[in-house]
Design a protein around this ligand. Sequence first.
Ligand SMILES: C[S@@+](CC[C@H](N)C(=O)[O-])C[C@H]1O[C@@H](n2cnc3c(N)ncnc32)[C@H](O)[C@@H]1O
Length: 228
Amino acid sequence: METYATLAGRYDQWNLSVAGQFQQDVVLAEVGGLAGRTVLDVGCGTGFYSRLWAAQGADRVVGVDLSAEMIAIAKSVPGEIEYLLGDATRGAQDGRFDLVTAMWLVNHAETRADLDAMLKGFAVAGDDLLLVTANADADWNVLSTQDRRFGVQQHPNGPAVDGRQPYEATIFYDGGSFSFQSGSWATDVLIEGLHAAGYDTVRRIAATGRDVPTELADRPPFMILRAS
Ligand SMILES: C[S@@+](CC[C@H](N)C(=O)[O-])C[C@H]1O[C@@H](n2cnc3c(N)ncnc32)[C@H](O)[C@@H]1O
């Protein structure tokens, strides 16, 4: 298994995969245009979604990530986006934003304390949150055997602790694959945590839209929540 320090240059193979593009379509349909809005992208990685927010017309986009290697890749793409090194368990970022996004970040919170700290940091940074993470309600038998052409398989690899099931994610692409450690928080833990952080409303966004194989549409590897 690898860490972001070594896989940073290949990470976007996930975002470009069939499942990753499916996720992107659902997310963009949910978020819509961002003209006049400010966006904080926490756990921004290579900036793939930060750039999408800018392309949606956002006035200002700030991306924050723990990994210097991911931030270096994000910064190598010309544009107006501000990228910062930061740990989301210690607060998301100074200031208030119209939209806070956390795409595949909370799956890296290994304890409830870290999860709650992240969720609280999001709420402090803004009232409108889009959160994408592992689909806790999908069947592991499906997630671990999904067609490699979709781009990802998720294999549970340890006992669930405190509502988090650890798993190994493997990303497949033309010419290779890479694996990294992640974790799937139970949906009710996430929803309760979001309410405890201060959000009144939490909605689950249905994964529909793109014409994808039924196997993927019915059991997507991702879950999308919108909190306000
Ligand atoms: C699965 S990647 C997702 C990257 C990006 N959001 C995307 O969807 O393309 C998770 C990212 O979260 C970052 N990360 C993990 N723990 C973090 C923390 N405590 N604070 C900030 N970023 C963190 C990792 O460095 C990595 O770039």
